[in-house]
Design a protein around this ligand. Structure first.
Ligand code: GAR
Length: 207
């Protein structure tokens, strides 16, 4: 059984997709041990509570320095002894010590086809604003392992989504979630839970 921690900052629709997929059998061999938010008002915490899943909040704002937060955050995560950490709209920079300790055991969902519209400054709606400003015809979502860079780790799954003439950033965000994110994030967890993802030379092989 793969034990996972899901890290969130906001609405938690990706968390919901994971919980639904565990319930309906699209994700197998997996249980959510904890949901961790940096924001105590995140609706994602209510979603976790409604399924009886433990939810906790740890925020950099409650610490005097980033180093103290990083140490407390890692200690908290370690206390749950999870096999995989899932970043589902988590907007805090992952401490380097955590990345090193959880090498190829942290995954992230990003709402574009990496390497487009990713990296520092590209998160949430800003990603879709960037895609619309550039006038690309296709965007999508990517699930990848987290390494020391921003959105640079080995790519696990990607799914393309068409951009339509009248799209606003909000409309496009919703379509990317519905058609891509809520599908490929659960799918990636199921693949990992069943030993089907291998990492070699910064690339993945899906078996
Ligand atoms: C999602 O669109 C996710 O891809 C994005 O934040 C949103 C969270 O929504 N993540 C990033 O931009 C990370 N760079 P949710 O809270 O409803 O799952």
């Amino acid at each position: 059984m793969l034990k996972i921690a899901v890290l969130v900052s906001g609405g938690g629709t990706n968390l919901q997709a994971i919980m639904d997929a565990i319930e309906n059998g699209k994700i197998t061999n997996t249980e959510i041990s904890v949901v961790i938010s940096n924001n105590k008002n995140a609706y994602a915490l209510e979603r976790a509570a409604s399924k009886g899943i433990e939810g906790i909040c740890i925020s950099p704002k409650d610490f005097e320095s980033r180093a103290e937060f990083n140490a407390a955050f890692l200690e908290k995560l370690n206390s749950y002894q999870v096999d995989l950490v899932v970043l589902a709209g988590f907007l805090v920079v992952i401490p380097p010590e955590m990345i090193a300790q959880y090498r190829n055991r942290i995954i992230n969902i990003h709402p574009s086809l990496i390497p487009s519209f990713c990296g520092t400054g590209f998160y949430g709606l800003k990603v879709h604003e960037g895609a619309l400003a550039r006038g690309v015809k296709v965007t999508g979502a990517t699930v990848h392992f987290v390494d020391e860079g921003t959105d640079t780790g080995p790519i696990i799954l990607q799914k393309a989504v068409s951009i339509l003439d009248d799209d606003t950033p909000e409309i496009l965000q919703r379509r990317v979630m519905e058609e891509a994110e809520w599908k490929i994030l659960p799918q990636a967890i199921d693949l990992i839970a069943n030993g089907k993802v291998k990492v070699e030379n910064n690339k993945t092989k899906i078996m």
